[in-house]
Design a binder for this molecule. Sequence first.
Ligand code: CP
Ligand code: NVA
Length: 308
Amino acid sequence: MKQDLLSFKDWTASQLIELLTLAKTIKANPKAYRTALDGLSIVALFEKPSLRTRVSFDIGINKLGGHLVYLDSQSNKLAGREDVKDMGANLACWADAIVARVFAHSTLEELAESANVPVVNALCDMYHPCQAVADYLTIAEHYDDLSKVKLAYIGDGNNVTHSLMLVGVALGCEVVVVTPKGHEVDPEIVKLTQSRATEFGGTLTISNDVDAAIGSQVLYTDTWLSMGDNTPLADIKDIFTGFEIDEALMAKTGADYVMHCQPAHRDLEISGSLIDSDQSLLMQQAENRMHGQNAILVQLLANDFIAK
Ligand code: CP
Ligand code: NVA
């Protein structure tokens, strides 16, 4: 039966660890996976812009011997032309998998239901699972024991935050989420993360106070305005004052490293000088997008290859 990757909310700790191990193996020995997707074609459908996701999937699939077809709904006017379920069923006639960046999570669910090939979430309103794989791969490259890592996300509670929470507690991390009032994460995701923390051993703290990040090894932030949110920056800038990550906050919390999924806005949610500093893991995260996604694709499409 085909397997989709829409979120990690039902993945166990051992499944996540296996995926990270596969990503490390592929990263260390890419030549061994050069034909993993031999003869396979993957459609990448984007309702929103992208730099990292689009390019890392395209180049990553190429490195695995597969082929990517890019569909951009902005230039091709896909949206509204036909029902999502008809689009999914048609794409599955030719493609071996569908990677999709969409506005609504329900669009991914419709695609997954109508297409009898794996569907991979390349970001939606609720989750960014491919980002979370790259992020924990990056953290694991700096810390052998994830159960000793305190990761504090500071900023707007969003899709990236949800995936960091769901995956992080399963890997045993102490995850702290600090947002201004009114920008908290989804309460259903908090409940689900708490139950995963009980099952797998990590912890989750939700706060509106930046001091909750003190003692973290890693600070993480994201844009204050996600794609599709047309709120003028001027309307929210004051709300996020005090939630910016800069050198002073790194010193106050004692954090070793800073992370950001990017695109980043210099001197808004993160200081430009910190992005350029030795404490920045941003480019390592960006590189690991490709290795993490290649592990996902090998797992979903070339399982026999893993056993080889
Ligand atoms: N982090 C991330 O998904 O970047 P893009 O929006 O450029 O793909
Ligand atoms: N939260 C951001 C992430 C971009 C990669 C957004 O949805 O726009």
